[in-house]
Design a protein around this ligand. Structure first.
Ligand code: PMM
Length: 278
């Protein structure tokens, strides 16, 4: 299976923006907005015009308590969108899925990245698919499933436990034959974490950065920002930018966001000040 332009040389760019396109009726922020292929493709191209480096296409909501849908239904949502975007968008397209059958079809339709929020635990065929396809794989930390994760928030030391659990998942992918430079790690903000634990993880992101893997963070408009600001998802952009600033200053370079234009300007200024040599 030939996947196209799977790797962005993350280290060569001051930051990388992954624009979110959820082809779902029930995602917490954009659920129902891009629920048809036409609307999702249009949103993808809008985010591309705003400067997205990667587009992340998801067909199954992962909000706390979300019920799972069949891989067939998930594929029916995302594959037509990926096929059309792959013709128009020049950067890598990522498929946000925990199902290897969906991921395989997405790669065949033109995706180059798999974003697996279950880190290969939902579908044990994911590591071998990642290895055989040569795609880039985002490995995110979570405990349980979206339906159960918020009852799995008991940690002694959240930073070291999340790091250890994430690296154990990474090891499975490496053993399956995935090369290290194709792995991106993600602490999984909001997945089996309390609001306070999300804040602690962001404060100590450098621990994840020191593993040597590229680090992606997804804080965009999430509940912990609502807890800190008292605002609803539609009014959480400013709060989100606060979290993006902290993540950037602690070494994260890939940001999964709903608001590409705003985040791009924000990080252009921040990175010019913080990394003047680049
Ligand atoms: N968050 C959501 C969905 N997928 N993938 C990664 N790698 N990291 C995240 O933090 C993440 C994700 C939450 O749902 P949304 O698509 O509605 O923002």
């Amino acid at each position: 299976m030939g996947v196209r332009s799977a790797i962005i040389d993350v280290l060569a760019k001051p930051f990388v923006l992954m624009g979110i396109v959820n082809v779902t009726p029930d995602s917490f922020y954009d659920g129902g907005r891009y629920n048809t292929a036409d609307a999702a493709v249009e949103q993808g191209m809008r985010l591309a015009a705003e400067g997205a480096d990667i587009l992340d296409i998801g067909g199954a909501s992962s909000r706390p308590g979300a019920q799972s849908i069949s891989p067939e239904e998930e594929a029916a949502r995302v594959i037509p969108v990926i096929r059309r975007l792959a013709k128009e968008f020049t950067g890598p397209i990522s498929v946000d899925t925990a199902q290897s059958s969906v991921a395989r079809r997405a790669l065949e339709a033109g995706a180059g990245w798999i974003n697996d929020i279950s880190a290969g635990t939902v579908d044990r065929a994911m590591p071998s698919l990642a290895a055989e396809s040569g795609c880039t794989i985002v490995i995110m930390h979570m405990r349980g499933t979206p339906a159960t994760m918020q009852s799995c928030t008991r940690y002694g030391d959240v930073v070291s436990e999340v790091t250890q659990e994430l690296l154990a998942s990474v090891e499975v992918f490496i053993k399956a034959g995935v090369s290290r430079e194709r792995i991106v790690i993600d602490p999984g903000i909001g997945f089996a974490k309390t609001a306070d634990q999300n804040v602690v993880l962001l404060r100590h992101l450098d621990v994840f950065v020191k593993t040597g893997f590229s680090v992606l963070v997804g804080t965009s408009r999430k509940t912990f920002i609502g807890r800190l600001t008292g605002r609803e998802p539609q009014d959480r952009l400013w709060g989100t930018l606060g979290s993006v600033a902290a993540a950037f200053l602690h070494g994260a370079r890939i940001f999964r966001v709903h608001d590409v234009a705003a985040t791009r300007d924000f990080l252009k200024v921040l990175s010019a000040i913080e990394q003047p040599e680049r």
